[in-house]
Design a protein around this ligand. Structure first.
Ligand code: REL
Ligand code: ZN
Length: 435
């Protein structure tokens, strides 16, 4: 290829970010074969928990009761959110703007502008879930997404055993195991016994091996509890054995992490993806939208990276203030891959700031974004909004590089962009750890 001129590199960077087919490495999407768990269409978009929380905080008096709201049929919930956030005030927030971008990309801008919810609904009523799924992935430029598959969720389990029908390669699995990080011994043992395994650490391992076989996950995954701490004495105690539930002493919460999850990650050669910094249920009435944020979890991650060098960790932090520590960890530990701007950080201003910092300290050794989409259609806006911001940030970084006398070809820019949007992740998954 030929070197790009100093004046065109920024535009080329933006264009390459626009066109790259991304890997969406964490979502809550499920394929049409998992219907009715697959969420899509305008009513699911309007009842996204980000919007529901915003609605409760702004709704006209008398203040709506969250329990009564959640007891309503989804259609009515959607109508209340539509009125509260799109008719009674302007959709300025990122999540509300997301609905607008999505409708615009689907060719429903006129219907949206006319505030015609029924016309918007008619579009989705006429769509076929399989065709529509393919359309959204294609239009959003997503090569594949990674789902969140929860073996402890009875509603989801039904769709796996037996698998209703093979699902599209657009979806890959992640095996989600939050109760193990929470140290919920009673809950985990009950679930494991319910599946016919022994209520011992080995029973838990056996059960998870079975799920790994069924789901064929890309990685194991958990979010940390708000009070998550890693203590070196717990790791040492786990290494010296002790109670395994077969009569020789009680199983401790930390055993689920140190004697089940981490050894299993190594045995199955699966990374462990962590989401750090959520404080679940700070306002439980808001359900999915009721979680807050905590800081101070990077030290726990550092201890895991140090003490489990043969396990690969993917990680993302919810707190804006912890992003700097996270970048430094990614620069120190070859078994750590940093990804995405999660939830309360998934806003243009913060994506710009966080991505700039990551580029400055890591080059292309991180994954710039994941969507965390819960509703299929959200792939359209989340990726459009993220690409716009990341394209600008990257363009500025190339311009500084060019000012320092370097020159690049379009192919080189394309290679770098691919790393930021999926290539670095695949390289991390494939690499051998130096231990
Ligand atoms: O995977 C998670 O733990 C979170 O992303 C979710 O709990 C959260 O509800 C999600 O919708 C946020 O984006
Ligand atoms: Zn998530």
């Amino acid at each position: 290829g030929v070197y790009l001129g100093a004046g065109e590199v920024g535009e080329v960077a933006r264009a390459e970010v626009e066109r790259v087919e991304v890997i969406d490495l964490h979502t809550h999407l499920l394929p049409p074969s998992h219907a009715p768990l697959m969420l899509w269409g305008i009513d699911d978009m309007l009842t996204y928990h980000y919007l529901v929380a915003e609605y409760f905080m702004t709704a006209a008096p008398p203040a709506p009761d969250p329990d009564a709201f959640h007891a309503l049929p989804k259609r009515q919930q959607a109508e209340l959110v539509w009125k509260g956030l799109f008719l009674d005030r302007s959709p300025l927030s990122e999540a509300a703007r997301g609905v607008l971008t999505t409708l615009q990309l689907l060719g429903l801008e006129a219907e949206a502008r006319a505030r015609d919810l029924e016309a918007i609904r008619a579009f989705f009523a006429a769509a076929d879930p399989d065709d529509y799924t393919e359309r959204v992935f294609h239009q959003a430029g997503v090569r594949y997404c990674v789902m969140t598959n929860v073996p402890f969720d009875a509603a989801e389990v039904e769709h796996w055993r037996p698998l209703a029908r093979p699902y599209s390669g657009r979806f890959r699995s992640a095996l989600r195991v939050d109760p193990l990080l929470k140290g919920d011994v009673a809950g985990v043992l009950a679930a494991v016994r319910g599946e016919g395994f022994e209520g011992t650490l080995e029973g838990v391992r056996e059960c998870l091996r079975g799920w790994a076989k069924t789901m064929q996950p890309e990685y194991l995954m958990a979010s940390t509890p708000h009070d998550f701490r890693v203590r070196e004495e717990d790791i040492a105690a786990a290494n010296t054995g002790g109670g395994d539930g077969s009569g020789k002493g009680a199983i401790k919460g930390t055993d689920l992490l140190f004697r089940v999850l981490l050894p299993l990650a190594e045995e199955l050669n699966l990374p462990l993806a962590l989401k750090l910094g959520a404080h679940r249920g700070v306002n439980p009435k808001l359900r999915g939208g009721g979680d807050g944020v905590v800081t101070g979890q990077s030290q726990a991650l550092r201890l895991l990276l140090t003490h489990f060098p043969r396990v690969k960790f993917l990680g993302t932090f919810l707190a804006r203030s912890e992003q700097h520590e996270a970048v430094v960890l990614a620069n120190k530990f070859g078994n750590f891959h940093l990804y995405g701007c999660w939830w309360y950080c998934n806003n243009p201003s913060m994506i710009a700031e966080i991505t700039t910092m990551r580029l400055e300290m890591l080059g292309t050794a991180f994954t710039a974004q994941h969507s965390d989409a819960r509703v299929l259609d959200q792939l359209l806006y989340k990726w459009t909004h993220s690409r716009a911001v990341i394209g600008d940030v990257l363009a500025a970084q190339y311009e500084k590089m060019i000012a320092a006398g370097w020159r690049v070809t379009r192919e080189e820019v394309r290679r770098d962009v691919w790393r930021l949007f999926g290539g670095a992740y695949e390289e991390f998954i494939a690499k051998d750890l130096l231990v």
